[in-house]
Design a protein around this ligand. Structure first.
Ligand code: GLN
Length: 285
């Protein structure tokens, strides 16, 4: 089969399976299997491909038709211009989360100490480290399997960060007693699980069946982690330090109230490119 025939087969199979971006995914998978770029497919559409490639393409199309996320098939996702390895143990980095990184970057200076809670693939922390100099980064996650991916991502990017396993701030107790350095952070960032438990079953199959529920479930009202983090964060922040959260688009008021009640100052919301509330930040006075 030619590139064009393979692509048509893939597109139709994905469309029939109800995949939202069937044409895009069929093309990206073809590029992945044939190690080709978009231009190559366009210019050489009539080029006959080997039966081996056809076989591989059919296999990945079947997987995608079974609603395995594209990123789990190709093994990575681009985020902030960087490539992050992902698997079924990590949330796939989302474009919305780039808003959090961009907002944080406005307040990031060289040499700062940054803490990322619920770090997952490490995409937030590692992006901040990539685009700054001599910052010290600590990422915490309760999933050791996610941390394996975060550490691999750090290595792939040539960055150094400490990835600690445990529940929110808990691992810091041992970590800082090991060291003589100041235990306070200049910035805390987090994209915690924030989906209401009852909503998870209604999400698209790619998410509900293939992404880790641990990275999605924010408790009955979705606010479980914001409450826990906000209650403890000020104890770990230097005066003037920033706290940044990604939020679900309807959680802005609730998370702002939590932050104000905890005594944080300059509490504000930033919107995403769809004009929805996406990030809440505050400063320790
Ligand atoms: N911090 C990671 C991300 O933003 C993981 C977040 C999570 O697991 N909820 O992609």
């Amino acid at each position: 089969m030619t590139y064009r025939e393979l692509y048509e087969y893939g597109r139709l199979a994905l469309e029939a399976a109800g995949v939202a971006e069937s044409a895009l995914d069929a093309r990206l998978l073809l590029e992945y299997i044939c190690r080709a770029d978009r231009n190559e497919l366009l210019v050489h559409g009539d080029c006959e491909r080997s039966s081996m490639e056809e076989q591989f393409y059919r296999t990945v199309i079947e997987k995608r038709a079974a609603r395995v996320p594209l990123q789990h098939i190709v093994g990575e996702q681009e985020f902030m211009g960087l490539r992050f390895k992902v698997n079924e143990h990590t949330l796939i980095p989302r474009q919305d989360t780039e808003i959090l990184v961009e907002e944080a970057m406005h307040h990031l200076s060289d040499g700062m100490r940054i803490l990322d809670l619920c770090t997952g693939s490490g995409c937030i922390l590692l992006s901040l480290l990539q685009y700054s100099n001599e910052c010290e980064g600590v990422g915490i996650d309760i999933s050791d399997k996610a941390l394996m991916i975060a550490r691999e991502n750090a290595k792939r990017l040539g960055l150094e960060a400490a990835f600690l396993e445990g529940d929110l701030f808990a691992p810091l107790a041992d970590f800082v007693s090991d060291k003589t350095t100041d235990r306070l952070f200049d910035m805390i960032v987090s994209n915690p699980p924030y989906i209401e438990t009852a909503v998870i079953g209604t999400l698209m199959p790619e998410v509900r069946e293939h992404e880790p529920v641990l990275a999605l479930d924010g408790g009955e009202d979705g606010l479980y982690f914001y409450r826990k983090i906000v209650a403890e964060a000020p104890n770990h922040m230097r005066k003037g330090a920033h706290l940044f959260f990604e939020i679900g688009c309807e959680q802005g008021d609730a998370v702002m109230s939590l932050m104000r009640e905890a005594g944080l100052m300059q509490v504000e919301i930033s919107k995403d490119y769809a004009g929805l509330d996406r990030v809440v930040s505050g400063v320790k006075g």
